[in-house]
Design a protein around this ligand. Structure first.
Ligand SMILES: *Cc1c(COP(=O)(O)O)cnc(C)c1O
Length: 379
């Protein structure tokens, strides 16, 4: 019986022995904060993204905030984003003093509906923050056509999209600002951390200032501060983990795509009709399958909470949900948002469930999860 099997979490990091050894070397080296490992990690990512400058930070959240600051976004400016993301995506807009504007999502991709984005543009709109939920990019051609037409900056929240592609190009290798997160559950991790792909060295130098108190050094003893920076640098301990993870990026993405294929096969062509649930879009040449999310049937045999509890209690399978609609959080309601404003996001926010998906998972784990989901949903 499935409940006798070990607990299967929805996500778990894999850190190999070579990486653990490399972290030990940093700890013994006498230099544990930002240093040669950070420089090496940034250089490797820059090469991976076609030579564009890359700078690292200590979270994906501050990475996006710094991108907005570099773009000069602040009070009086509007930034359009999706209500279905981790709350960080909208919080950073408020953090820089700008106004978050939400546009509803597409029910199939569960990403920003770009028609709704265009409709939300006003003379005060300065930027768009698209989110690539579960690693699936939006229509990148359309996104950048809209940005160009309306003269907007784009800060891509690609927190979940390291290794994803669009028409054969890596997410991060083209576009405006691309922000990644290396939080523990992401496809590659540094424990906590983030990286920003920038357009040029001038922006990169500004990013370096924002991440360390605005400081510029010159010569042996020269120092100046000309912008207000914070304390957002990545340490060499984190970068050593990142280098070890990054070395496996192709294998990680290939394995996740193979697990996703197994999910679709195990669910089979009749699952959606039989259960009323919705599987994610099949996108093996673009998504890195950071998450595998199903949408439960509305008025189905179980509420989401009961479904999640049943998977855990009866089958020992862990789940998550990504995400609750941001505009319905108290702080956002206090800014005037309310139910009914973004109906697609509200429905998906109520019914989405994240099934297990991580590098160390096996096809047997997928089969076990699918059997459990079917046992609960199909009567
Ligand atoms: C993880 C995540 C973030 C935040 O990244 P942190 O590194 O945790 O700050 C933001 N947006 C999305 C979509 C994420 O998945």
């Amino acid at each position: 019986m499935s409940a006798d099997l070990p607990f299967l979490p929805f996500s778990r990091p894999t850190i190999d022995e070579a990486t653990i050894t490399a972290v030990g070397e940093v700890l013994r080296s006498g230099w544990i904060t930002s240093g040669p490992k950070v420089a090496a990690f940034e250089a490797q990512m820059s090469e991976y993204f076609g030579g564009r400058p890359v700078r690292t930070f200590n979270s994906g959240t501050c990475t996006m905030e710094i991108a907005l600051r570099i773009a000069g976004i602040g009070p009086g400016d509007e930034v359009i984003t999706t209500p279905i993301s981790w709350v960080a995506t909208a919080n950073v807009i408020i953090e820089v003093g700008a106004t978050p504007v939400f546009a509803d999502i597409d029910p199939v991709t569960r990403n920003l509906d770009l028609d709704k984005v265009e409709a939300a543009i006003t003379p005060r709109t300065k930027a768009i923050i698209p989110v690539y939920l579960s690693g699936l990019p939006v229509d990148m051609d359309r996104l950048y056509a809209i940005a160009k037409k309306h003269n907007l900056r784009v800060v891509e929240d690609a927190a979940q999209a390291f290794g994803s592609e669009w028409k054969g190009q890596r997410i991060g290798a083209f576009g405006d600002f691309i922000s990644f997160s290396f939080q523990a559950n992401k496809n590659i991790t540094t424990g906590e951390g983030g990286a920003l792909v920038l357009n040029n060295l001038e922006e990169a130098r500004l990013a370096e200032k924002y991440r360390l108190q605005g400081v510029t050094r010159s010569g042996v003893d020269g120092i100046d501060v000309d912008v207000l920076g914070g304390k957002y640098n990545m340490s060499d301990i984190m970068a050593a983990i990142g280098l070890g993870q990054f070395a496996n990026i192709e294998k990680i993405t290939a394995h996740r795509r193979a697990l996703a294929r197994r999910y679709y096969e195990a669910f089979g062509p009749d699952f959606e009709a039989q259960s009323g649930a919705q599987l994610p879009l099949q996108a093996f040449d673009s998504s890195n399958y950071h998450l595998f999310q199903i949408i439960l049937p509305d008025n189905g045999p179980t509420t989401r909470a009961d479904f999640m509890n049943a998977l855990k209690d009866r089958f020992n399978v862990g789940t998550g949900y990504h995400y609750a609609p941001i505009h319905l959080f108290t702080m956002y309601r206090e800014r005037g948002f309310k139910e009914g404003m973004f109906p697609v996001a509200e429905k998906i926010g109520r019914l989405t469930v994240t099934l297990p998906m991580f590098y160390a998972m096996t096809s047997a784990d997928v089969d076990r999860t699918v059997a459990a989901v079917k046992a609960i949903l199909i009567k």
